[in-house]
Design a protein around this ligand. Structure first.
Ligand SMILES: [Zn+2]
Length: 439
C-alpha cells in the first residue's frame, strides 16, 4: 500500500462529512455513455436511430422530433434500458462502503438518476434527470412529476404497437405537455434538492469535509471549480479525485489533495482494501503562508485590479459573485488568482480579456454578446493564469463583468513580475507595459 492510499484512508476516516461529486466519467464507468456512437445505441433506441440519424444518447434527448409520439418513444426506450432495468452494480456498493455511516451528499451533473435508483438519498442533480417531468408552459410554477411508471407504460405500449397521443403524460396542474426536466426548453433545478444541499454545506463547509470526486473532467466549471474553491477556503478539508490520466489539482489545495490516476473501481478497491497498485499524486508539501502584513498590502492593491466592484451572494452555495466595472481609464491590471474562476459578461461594452497561461500561451478572449465578432458570454480562467481586462471601446464607455469567487477563501491576488512576463511573451510587450501595475 502506498503512503498516499494510507493517507486517503485516514482522511476518509477522519472526515465529518463526505461530499461526493460525480460527472459523466462515473456514468461511463457504470456502462452508460451519453456521447458514444456504437451498436448499443440501436439496442436502446431501435429504429429511431436510423429514422432520425441520431448520433448518440445526448443527441436523442435533444433532437427536435417532428411528432410527440416519437419524442416520447425515445425517452421511454432510454428510461427502460437505463432506469427501469438498472441494477446498481459494484461501483455503487463500494461507494456506499466507503461512505460508511458518515453524513454525505452527492452533487452530480449526471442526468441518469442512478444515485437515486441505487438508493442514495441526499443528492443535488444540477442538470435534473431524465426520469422527472416538468410542465412545458409553467416550468417554475408547476410541480415536477416522477415519470418512472409513465415512461414504462409508454415503452410497453410502444412495443405492442398501441401507443397513441392520449398515452403521453401531461402537467397535473394545467394539462400542458410535459418535458423531461433536463437542460433544454424547460428546466428547473429541484428546489427541495437545492435546499437540502445548502443545509448540508452550511453545516459542514467549515468542518472536516472531504470532497470525493468521481470522473469529473479537468475543466469542469459546474462542479469541479466550486468544489475546489470549497476546499481552498477551508484548511480542515480534504480532496480526493479519481480521473485516469486527467488529474488537475491546483497548487492552492495540493497539500490537502490526493489524485488517483486510475479507474474508479481500482481506486475504490485500493481505498477499501488498502491493496492494489494505483498511480497516485499528492499530497504536496504545504506552502508557506502570507504574513498578515503581506496580506494587508495585497488588499490595498486589490483596488488596482477591480477599481469599482460590488459583491453579491453567488448562484451556488459557498460562492460569491463580484461585479466589476471597468472603463478606459480603469482597466483591470494583470494579476493572477491561484484557483480558477469564471468570468461572465454582464453589462455595457464588450471586454477584452488578455490571458497569459503558465505554459507560455497568450489568448485574447472577448466577452460580450456578439457571436459574429467571436465574443463569448463567459468562460473559465484556469488556475495560475495571469489575466488583465480592458473595456473594448464600445458605445457605453464602460463594461461590467461578473467574477465568481469562493466565499470563504482569502482571494489572494498575485502580481506577475513585469520584466519576466515580457521575456516570456515578447509579442505582448506593449500590452504588458500598459496593463501592469508598477512593480
Ligand atoms: Zn402546468
Amino acid at each position: 500500500m502506498t503512503n498516499a492510499v494510507k493517507t486517503a484512508q485516514q482522511w476518509l476516516n477522519d472526515a465529518d462529512a463526505i461530499l461526493v461529486t460525480a460527472s459523466n466519467g462515473f456514468s461511463i464507468s457504470e456502462g452508460l455513455n451519453l456521447f458514444a456512437n456504437n451498436s448499443k445505441l440501436a439496442t436502446v433506441l431501435g429504429d429511431l436511430v436510423e429514422k432520425y440519424n441520431l448520433p448518440n444518447l445526448l443527441g436523442a434527448l435533444n433532437f427536435h422530433y417532428p411528432n410527440e409520439l416519437d419524442k416520447w418513444r425515445a425517452y421511454a426506450r432510454i428510461a427502460e434500458y437505463y432506469n427501469y432495468n438498472y441494477y446498481p452494480g459494484e461501483l455503487m456498493d463500494k461507494l456506499r462502503q466507503i461512505i460508511g455511516d458518515k453524513p454525505y451528499f452527492i452533487w452530480t451533473s449526471n442526468i441518469d438518476h442512478h444515485f437515486a435508483l441505487a438508493e442514495f438519498s441526499n443528492q443535488l442533480e444540477i442538470e435534473g434527470n431524465w426520469q422527472t417531468g416538468i410542465c412545458s408552459k409553467h416550468p417554475k410554477e408547476h410541480s415536477l412529476i416522477d415519470l418512472k411508471e409513465a415512461l414504462h407504460q409508454i415503452y410497453e405500449k410502444d412495443q405492442a404497437g398501441t401507443l397513441t397521443e392520449d398515452d403521453l403524460p401531461t402537467c397535473g396542474e394545467c394539462g400542458a405537455p410535459l418535458s423531461l426536466n433536463i437542460p433544454g426548453s424547460a428546466f428547473n433545478m429541484d428546489q427541495t434538492q437545492v435546499n437540502s444541499f445548502e443545509k448540508f454545506l452550511t453545516t459542514y463547509q467549515d468542518k472536516k469535509i472531504l470532497v470525493f470526486e468521481l470522473g469529473i473532467g479537468p475543466q469542469n466549471q459546474m462542479i469541479k471549480a466550486p468544489s475546489m474553491q470549497l476546499i481552498a477556503g477551508n484548511e480542515h478539508s480534504h480532496y480526493l479525485t479519481i480521473n485516469k490520466g486527467q488529474l488537475n489539482i491546483p497548487r492552492v489545495i495540493a497539500d490537502r489533495a490526493i489524485g488517483f490516476s486510475s479507474t474508479i473501481l481500482e481506486a475504490f478497491n485500493a481505498l477499501i482494501t488498502g491493496k492494489g497498485e494505483v498511480e497516485t499524486q499528492g499530497p504536496a508539501k504545504p506552502e508557506p503562508r502570507l504574513s498578515p502584513k503581506a496580506r494587508q498590502k495585497q488588499e490595498k492593491i486589490f483596488k488596482n485590479f477591480y477599481p469599482s466592484y460590488t459583491v453579491n451572494k453567488g448562484y451556488r452555495p459557498g460562492e460569491l459573485v463580484m461585479y466589476a466595472t471597468i472603463d478606459h481609464d480603469h482597466p483591470s491590471h494583470l494579476h493572477m488568482v491561484q484557483y480558477g474562476k469564471a468570468l461572465m459578461y454582464s453589462y455595457g461594452d464588450p471586454v477584452n480579456v488578455h490571458c497569459f497561461t503558465q505554459d507560455g500561451h497568450y489568448h485574447l478572449v472577448k466577452l460580450g454578446l456578439n457571436k459574429a465578432n467571436d465574443e463569448v458570454h463567459g468562460f473559465y480562467v484556469e488556475p495560475n493564469t495571469f489575466i488583465a481586462m480592458e473595456d473594448a471601446n464600445g458605445v457605453t464607455g464602460f463594461s461590467q463583468i461578473s467574477v465568481t469567487l469562493p466565499s470563504s477563501a482569502s482571494n489572494e491576488i498575485l502580481i506577475p513580475k513585469k520584466q519576466q512576463l515580457k521575456k516570456m511573451f515578447p509579442q505582448q510587450k506593449e500590452l504588458i507595459d500598459r496593463l501592469s501595475v508598477d512593480n
